[in-house]
Design a protein around this ligand. Sequence first.
Ligand SMILES: Nc1ncnc2c1ncn2[C@@H]1O[C@H](COP(=O)(O)OP(=O)(O)OP(=O)(O)O)[C@@H](O)[C@H]1O
Length: 237
Amino acid sequence: MNDAVNTPEATAEPALILEGIEKSYNHGKPNEINVLRGASARIERGEIVGLIAPSGAGKSTLLQIAGLLDTADAGQVEIGGRLVTGASDRARTAARRGQVGFVYQFHHLLPEFSAVENIVLPQLAHGVSSAEAEARALDLLGRVGMEARAAHRPGELSGGEQQRVAFCRSLANSPTLMLADEPTGNLDPTTSDTVFDVLMELVRSTGLSALIATHNHELARRMDRVLKLEEGVLIPA
Ligand SMILES: Nc1ncnc2c1ncn2[C@@H]1O[C@H](COP(=O)(O)OP(=O)(O)OP(=O)(O)O)[C@@H](O)[C@H]1O
């Protein structure tokens, strides 16, 4: 196995710093809801951190802000040592595409393309040559035990296999940080267990940092440490 895909540097800045993140919805209205009330966290390079929270506590909101898909009302986000709060939309988009890989509960793979093509396409959009993109896609598929399924379309794969491909796609452009929102939440418990192991091995073998939200406390315990989102702040679990 080739470990050169994304090796963290010992002296590198933390992968993610969240400082005093606040977020409300329906601001100023009777139904205003203060979801995040000063959430702070620091994820070092190569660290895998679990995020647990009761339903509706604001886990998806937090991940979207950390991944620059949404903006906070207050507080700061730093990715790889760069302060991205207050940066232009263009700079935020560049930081998101270059540094963050997302994994969702549902795979969102393109149904008309094969597994390998689903991982190649984001790289082509990033200016990588097709030969290089295919080599990287096949390397990633090999890491999750899917090399024999590379030519299959999502509809020809099981739910767990589809999710493995989605993990690879999230790493297509060599991010430094993976953000995952219930990455095995739509799978049956046994498959979820196995596929979660595959995800952990993939993250570890590529030296990535990750923040992985799950309702499953057993899965959370497999990570380096766990944060709990409670009353709008992050506390050690
Ligand atoms: N765009 C929005 N407008 C208004 N309220 C919203 C919006 N998005 C989320 N909320 C509310 O903010 C709260 C947090 O939502 P969020 O989706 O972050 O929770 P969650 O912890 O991810 O929940 P779950 O585990 O059930 O997915 C919820 O009460 C939700 O209804």
